[in-house]
Design a protein. Structure first.
Length: 243
């Protein structure tokens, strides 16, 4: 297990870690929030697994669309986006869009995925972000992830049935939260911005104006990057777990 205090390159996690897990509320959240960083770490050789808490079954402006029809569309879009980034390990927990809670059940399912994949670092949504409105599913996905990492996934007496199934307890070294008000880690994504945009294009059901989305993505990531001498960058709040 890596001691998080040994990570002297928080803006280059691939120098320290081998495996990363992404836990987000909806298909497209990761690509909108930190798709460039995921493309970067995949390019540098890190193995990535995605966990989607919902399948985005209510995310449509089409009045003729049903949740039953939308789920397979959005799940395939997410698989395509993950593949564009460099990941084929994608798990859907299939809770209802807008109905996600940071419940014991949800924590247990995230814990199962942590114990299965055994990531060094997790990327998720910031449950504490309050400057702008934070979707309740985003808050709850982030909170459930924090609770799963510490102490649940670590301690064998939480969900002992998982241990009996061969899923041993696991300690995650760090969580990086995107969609954060107070980033303290900035990652240069200048060389993978095209991959981020390609991954975002996969979410065809959600994007009616690709040029507009692309312009906003470039503007948002370049604004943060200027302070650090990059062309494009993404910011995170770093949380370490050395207990």
């Amino acid at each position: 297990m890596v001691n998080p205090s040994s990570n002297e390159s928080p803006d280059q996690p691939w120098l320290v870690y081998k495996k990363a897990m992404v836990v987000v509320a909806h298909p497209d959240d990761a690509e909108f929030g930190f798709g460039g960083t995921l493309a970067k770490i995949a390019k540098e050789g890190m193995e990535i697994a995605f966990v989607l808490c919902t399948s985005g079954d209510k995310g449509s402006n089409d009045l003729d669309m049903t949740s039953e029809r939308l789920v397979p569309i959005r799940e395939q879009e997410q698989r395509d986006a993950a593949a564009a980034i460099g990941c084929t390990d994608v798990t859907f927990l299939r809770y209802g869009d807008g109905e996600l809670e940071a419940s014991r059940e949800v924590i247990g399912k995230i814990t199962r995925e942590i114990r299965r994949f055994r990531p060094d670092i997790i990327f998720c949504q910031d449950p504490y972000q309050r400057v702008r409105h934070n979707h309740r599913d985003h808050r709850n996905a982030g909170q459930a992830t924090f609770d799963a990492v510490y102490p649940v996934a670590r301690d064998h007496l939480h969900f002992p049935e998982q241990v009996k199934d061969g899923l041993q307890p696991h300690k995650v070294a760090e969580i990086y939260t995107g969609f954060t008000d107070t980033p303290d880690v900035v990652i240069d994504i200048s060389d993978v911005m095209d991959i981020r945009i390609d991954a975002l294009k996969s979410h065809r059901s959600q994007i009616s104006d690709l040029d507009g989305i692309r312009s906003r993505m470039l503007g948002r990531t370049s604004e943060l990057a200027k302070e650090h001498g990059y062309a494009y960058a993404e910011g995170f709040k770093r949380h370490t777990f050395n207990i």
